[in-house]
Ligand binder design. Structure first.
Ligand code: MTE
Length: 319
């Protein structure tokens, strides 16, 4: 992973708000007015009220990321998905990914191991939309409207044992589709993990759509994680295996370079990457860098998991 200061493709129309969000913001207002939310609207079905995998109700707590939305054109053509190549231009290659009949294996320290079809899982989830910030460890950032459901809801279905301390997630392994997986020097499959506390945090989100559409393959279809307070590499794509364990999982980047990309990876502008500063970031499409915020601005939701004050936390949670 490395950092490009000013990408040549950055377009001025990056700030345009998409029509679907404009419409969905109106739904947020309607939902807030009702108090009970959109599902309580009399005489309206779930789909009409905006609750479907494709068009979910906006979560009012995450209706505004406080920054301009990144255009779909930019965010979907500048991706990290090393299975399809180590450049940012993998969106075409990623179209080879076949998500039909996708299943997710759930195992390890659970009451009973099982495999669930992606469609079945969707049917059991209450979908919502959230607009959140994403901060890559390479010091670029974006703001994307994701559709999905809280990871905590999936954990409830998985029924982990109380002795499980971590959740480990893995991306598909198929070198015929993802040709970079033929390269043996990468520790495939891509693996990531969270503590159980982190997994149950309201910010941990399973993403199944973006910009009001089914999740783009390059974003990690059909389902990827998003943990907005952590550097982007924690947000593992195209998950097909979830395991509960009492051993801290070794993640893909940690295995490759543990001094640079550790397990915790909480965003902190005061702790530099060994090779560059983390004090600022360049939003995709922007001309100017902006200051990076502690926990990417989500301290209110997550800081108590780490002892609250950065001084108390010390070095340990930043890498
Ligand atoms: N997941 C998989 N399976 N493979 C990857 O290469 N890259 C990570 C993360 N998840 C990656 C992955 C990194 S470094 C980042 S910054 C984000 O995905 C990028 O997500 P985006 O392409 O949606 O912006």
């Amino acid at each position: 992973m490395h950092y490009q200061r000013r990408p040549s493709w950055a377009l001025p129309e990056a700030a345009v708000t998409s029509e679907h969000l404009f419409l969905n913001r109106r739904k947020v207002l309607a939902g807030m007015g009702l108090g009970a939310g959109l599902l309580a609207l009399p005489g309206r079905g779930r789909a009409e009220a905006g609750v479907s995998p494709l068009e979910a109700a906006m979560n009012p707590a995450y209706a505004d990321a406080g920054r301009e939305l990144t255009s779909e054109e930019l965010s979907s053509t500048y991706n990290n998905f090393y299975e399809f190549g180590s450049s940012k231009r993998i969106s075409q290659e990623a179209q080879r990914l076949d998500v039909n009949g996708w299943t997710i294996k759930i195992g390890g320290m659970v009451e009973e191991e099982f495999e669930i079809g992606f469609e079945d899982l969707m049917g059991r989830m209450q979908m919502e939309e959230r607009i959140v910030r994403h901060r890559c460890v390479e010091a670029w950032s974006m703001v994307v409207p994701w559709t999905g459901f809280p990871l905590s809801e999936l954990v409830k279905i998985a029924k982990p044992l109380s002795s499980a301390k971590y959740i480990k997630m893995q991306t598909f392994l198929d070198p015929d589709v993802a040709t970079e997986q033929r390269a043996a020097w990468w520790p495939w499959p891509y693996t990531e993990g969270l503590t159980m506390d982190e997994a149950m945090n309201e910010l941990s989100f399973m993403v199944t759509g973006a910009y009001g559409k089914e999740l783009h393959k390059q974003f990690g279809a059909p389902m990827r994680l998003h943990t907005p307070w952590k550097y982007g590499f924690k947000s593992i794509k195209s998950i097909d295996r979830i395991e509960f364990t009492d051993e801290r999982p070794l993640s893909f980047w940690e295995e490759l370079a543990d001094a640079e990309y550790g397990f915790w990876a909480n965003v902190n502008p005061e702790v530099d990457h060994p090779r560059w500063s983390q004090a600022e970031e360049l939003p995709l499409g922007a001309e100017e860098k902006i200051p990076t915020l502690l926990y990417n601005g989500y301290a209110e939701q997550v800081a108590d998991m780490y002892g609250n004050l950065p001084e108390e936390v010390g070095e340990r949670f930043w890498r």
